[in-house]
Design a protein around this ligand. Structure first.
Ligand SMILES: CCCCC/C=C\C/C=C\C/C=C/C(=O)SCCNC(=O)CCNC(=O)[C@H](O)C(C)(C)COP(=O)(O)OP(=O)(O)OC[C@H]1O[C@@H](n2cnc3c(N)ncnc32)[C@H](O)[C@@H]1OP(=O)(O)O
Length: 292
């Protein structure tokens, strides 16, 4: 169902599924390539590595979200895969979060389509039957952080330039309740109150201390650590682990599922306000200015 919706979304946004290519890597492994998401089976049996490849900053465009959901769905349906490592192909950036241009100067129909894609991506990641390990090899604000928080385990590169957190208030945005729930479930209520209101982005040592990530390792060991953690998780039989994960996460996901349409309407109303549009434009302008 989500796959069909995703395909329709891709068609609407002009992305041709026929451009997906399959090739053989050096180790003979099959390697699926979309435009923006690369899926590589790994040397660890049953484990794939998804690399985000939406340069320059892996922002979560509608096309990216659609490809990502389709990739995850394919891996879930392929019984040879039990775990996935999520990482980035863009140096120094895991994901810059939601694509600000998708939320700026568009019409309500576009905002509705975009927000549904964000919701569907989160539900797919958060409730995945696969073991998901985030190998966070770069900065990950807001929506990028949400993806990592929705995985089962997080390994972050020990680079003081990398920051992680939900910084929505710094953009003049209110954090969606399910982003908030995901953070609270990870770092607890009090730490979330402070982090969310101040829009804090944490360097690795602080992210570790807060429990936002599970491990901080040297940058060149992020993926290998994620793969060895995966081996530990895969030692548990899938069905008991999946039932346990579902038991823990279901209430949080159901909260969004129950209010999905209202959440879309709230998003449209909020993002369409002149004051919010101005804030986003100023934020984008500031990103440009800092280059000069
Ligand atoms: C009451 C009801 C409430 C209902 C809910 C309502 C609203 C909530 C809605 C949404 C929640 C929002 C979630 C989000 O994820 S918002 C996005 C947050 N992301 C950020 O703040 C990151 C911004 N980017 C950066 O800080 C930096 O770009 C970087 C990631 C640290 C990388 O820095 P670097 O110096 O390497 O690159 P540049 O800054 O030069 O960027 C290159 C290029 O990319 C453009 N860009 C960067 N980030 C984004 C983005 N998120 N979306 C779109 N485009 C982005 C940047 O502008 C540059 O473009 P250019 O054309 O100038 O080359």
């Amino acid at each position: 169902m989500a796959l069909a919706a995703g395909r329709a979304m891709l068609m609407r946004s002009g992305v041709r599924l026929g451009t997906q290519a399959a090739a053989r890597g050096g180790n003979g492994a099959r390697r699926f390539m979309n435009h923006r998401v690369v899926v590589e089976p790994n040397t660890v049996p049953g484990v794939a590595v998804i690399k985000f490849k939406n340069p320059p900053v892996n922002s979560l465009t509608l096309e990216f979200l659609t490809e990502f959901v389709i990739c995850l769905e394919k891996l879930e349906n392929d019984k040879t895969f039990r775990g996935v490592v999520l990482t980035s192909d863009c140096p120094g950036i895991f994901s810059a979060g939601l694509d600000l241009r998708e939320m700026c100067g568009k019409n309500p129909a576009h905002y509705a389509e975009y927000w549904r894609a964000v919701q569907e991506m989160w539900l797919k990641v958060y409730l995945s039957n696969l073991v998901l390990v985030a190998a966070i090899n770069g900065t990950s604000p807001a929506g990028g952080c949400l993806i990592a928080l929705s995985c089962d385990y997080r390994v972050l590169a020990d680079n003081p330039r990398y920051r992680m957190g939900l910084n929505e208030t710094l953009l003049g945005l209110v954090v969606p309740f399910w982003f908030k729930d995901t953070l609270v479930n990870t770092i607890g209520h009090r730490a979330s109150e402070r982090a969310l209101q101040l829009g804090l982005l944490f360097p690795p040592a602080e992210a570790l201390q807060l429990g936002m990530v599970d491990q901080v390792v040297p940058e060149d060991q992020v993926q290998s650590t994620a793969l060895s953690v995966m081996t530990q998780w895969l030692a548990i039989p899938d069905h008991v682990r999946q039932l346990t994960k579902n038991m823990i996460r279901k209430a949080t996901a159901d909260h969004l599922i129950k209010h999905q349409e209202a959440d879309i309407q709230n998003f449209i109303n909020f993002i369409s306000r002149d004051s919010i549009q101005k804030s986003l434009q100023v934020y984008l302008e500031n990103l440009k200015q800092k280059k000069h």
